[in-house]
Design a protein around this ligand. Structure first.
Ligand SMILES: [Zn+2]
Length: 345
C-alpha cells in the first residue's frame, strides 16, 4: 500500500510491525479504539490544507479499512497456526529439556495400535488390486443403514443389527454396508471397485469375543458379467496376500437381506494347514466373512440397472482377523489402553 502523507504512512508501517508482537486485544485498542492512532489521524484533518483534505481523508479511511480487515483475519486464525511446537501436558517426561535423547526416553515412543497397523496393510493389498478406498461414516440415517439394503421398516432382519440411535433418529452404523448405496451413486455407472473401512457400533454385552465398537471392511464390486466365481477369486487373492500363504476355500450358506445368494466365506486354517490347531478349534477351517452377489433391489436403489450389471459385496471384522493372526484371546484388549499389551506390536 502506498500513502503520500507521512503520518499515515508511519501509522501503516507501525501497525504492520505491531501485528508481529502485540496480541489482538491490544492491537484493536491501539489502532481502532476511542483514543487510537487512526482516530488521531482522522482528527488531524483540520490541520491539512484545503486542497489536500479530500485525498488525506480518503487515505486515512483506506488505512482504517485495511487495519479492520487485518484484525478480522487475525481473529479468525487458529491460535496454533504457525507455531512449531505442540505441548503434550500428559507426556511422562519434561518437554522443555533440550537433550533430545532425554526428551524422548527409549521405550516411551508411541506405536500404532495393532488394528491401525493391520488396517494399513489390508488397504494396501486392496489398493494394489485396483480398489478405491472410501472411508465409512460415524453417523448415518435409517435410509442408508436399512432401506437401501432391502431392509424396510418392520423387516425382521433389522433385529440382526441391533445398534444405538440418537435422539434425532440417526444411527452410529452397525455395519459398513451403510455406505453401499452411496459409493455406487458416487461412482455413477459401473465399474465400481471400492473398499470401505469404517468403525461400527453394536448394542452388545461385551465379552472376550464381543465388543461394542469394531472395525469393519466392506467391499463392493459392480460391472458387467460379474459372477460368484469373480467374488471367490477376489476374496481368496486378498486373504492369501494377507496371510502370505496359499489357502483352500469353501462357502457355506448364510443370510443377508442385501445379497442374493448369501454366503459365509471359509478358508483352510493358515496356521495348521488343516491338521487342526487351537486357532481353528481343531476343525482345520475358519469362517472369516459374509459375502454374496448384490441383491438387484440394492443395485436398482443406487440407480444401476440389474439387467445390465451385477456385482458382489463382502464385509468382515478387522478386529477378529487381527486376533486370529496374532493369537489374541480377548477382543477388548485392543481398546483397553493397556500399554503392556500395545507395546508388543
Ligand atoms: Zn488350525
Amino acid at each position: 500500500m502506498e500513502f503520500k502523507n507521512q503520518d499515515i504512512k508511519n501509522t501503516y508501517d507501525k501497525f504492520n510491525e505491531d501485528t508481529n508482537s502485540l496480541p489482538l486485544k491490544e492491537l484493536t485498542a491501539k489502532y481502532l479504539g476511542r483514543n487510537s492512532l487512526v482516530k488521531e489521524l482522522l482528527a488531524k484533518i483540520k490541520n491539512i490544507p484545503d486542497d489536500q483534505k479530500k485525498e488525506y481523508g480518503q487515505q486515512a479511511n483506506e488505512l482504517s479499512r485495511y487495519i479492520e480487515e487485518k484484525l478480522e483475519q487475525i481473529s479468525n486464525t487458529p491460535i496454533f497456526q504457525g507455531t512449531k511446537e505442540y505441548i503434550d501436558p500428559t507426556a511422562p517426561f519434561d518437554i522443555n529439556q533440550n537433550n533430545s535423547s532425554e526428551v524422548y526416553p527409549k521405550g516411551l515412543e508411541g506405536t500404532k495400535n495393532p488394528l491401525t497397523q493391520e488396517m494399513d496393510r489390508v488397504l494396501d493389498i486392496f489398493k494394489q488390486m485396483g480398489f478405491d478406498i472410501i472411508e465409512s461414516r460415524q453417523l448415518d440415517d435409517d435410509y442408508h443403514m436399512f432401506e437401501t439394503l432391502n431392509i424396510p421398516k418392520g423387516h425382521p432382519a433389522r433385529d440382526i443389527w441391533d445398534t444405538f440411535w440418537t435422539e434425532e433418529g440417526l444411527i452410529p452404523p452397525a455395519h459398513t454396508s451403510t455406505m453401499q448405496n452411496r459409493v455406487m451413486k458416487t461412482a455413477g455407472q459401473p465399474p465400481v471397485r471400492c473398499v470401505i473401512p469404517g468403525m461400527c457400533y453394536r448394542n452388545e454385552a461385551t465379552d472376550a469375543s464381543h465388543e461394542h465398537t469394531l472395525f469393519q471392511i466392506e467391499g463392493v464390486y459392480v460391472d458387467k458379467n460379474i459372477s460368484v466365481g469373480d467374488m471367490l477369486g477376489t476374496i481368496k487373492t486378498y486373504l492369501e496376500a494377507f496371510f502370505q500363504t496359499k489357502l483352500e476355500i469353501k462357502v457355506q450358506p448364510a443370510y443377508f437381506p442385501f445379497t442374493e445368494p448369501d454366503m459365509e466365506f471359509v478358508i483352510s486354517c493358515p496356521f495348521c494347514k488343516k491338521t487342526g490347531c487351537k486357532v481353528c478349534k481343531y476343525s482345520g477351517w475358519m469362517e472369516l466373512m459374509g459375502c454374496g452377489e448384490i441383491n438387484p433391489f440394492v443395485l436398482r436403489e443406487a440407480g444401476i440397472d440389474p439387467e445390465v450389471y451385477s456385482g458382489f459385496a463382502w464385509g468382515f471384522g478387522l478386529d477378529r482377523l487381527v486376533m486370529v493372526k496374532n493369537g489374541i484371546q480377548d477382543v477388548r484388549r485392543f481398546r483397553s489402553g493397556d500399554l503392556n499389551f500395545l507395546k508388543q506390536f
